[in-house]
Design a protein. Sequence first.
Length: 108
Amino acid sequence: MLHYPILAQAAPDGGGMIQTIILFGLIFVIFYFMIIRPQQKKQKERQKMLDALEKGDKILTAGGIYGTVIGIEDKTVLVQIADNVKVKVDRGSVGSVLRDAKPEEKTK
């Protein structure tokens, strides 16, 4: 008769729990620096752009309409899209402010 060595069963200890907590902490740190932080930065830049809107700025709305800002209120912007055609849009629907490149930027 052959005798096989008896396999010792590992006694449960706290090491597995600590490793799990460390793993979840590392995953959260990775998500923070790769997803959450850049999104917050982009959101702050967008809010800064919306706060800096002025009369005369050329804009592109989220719907794809180009126009010029002719009036600003708290939550809305009055945009002229053609001669004698004015549209009131929500400030949040402004997709981007179109700035003309400065002469020194064109040469680069």
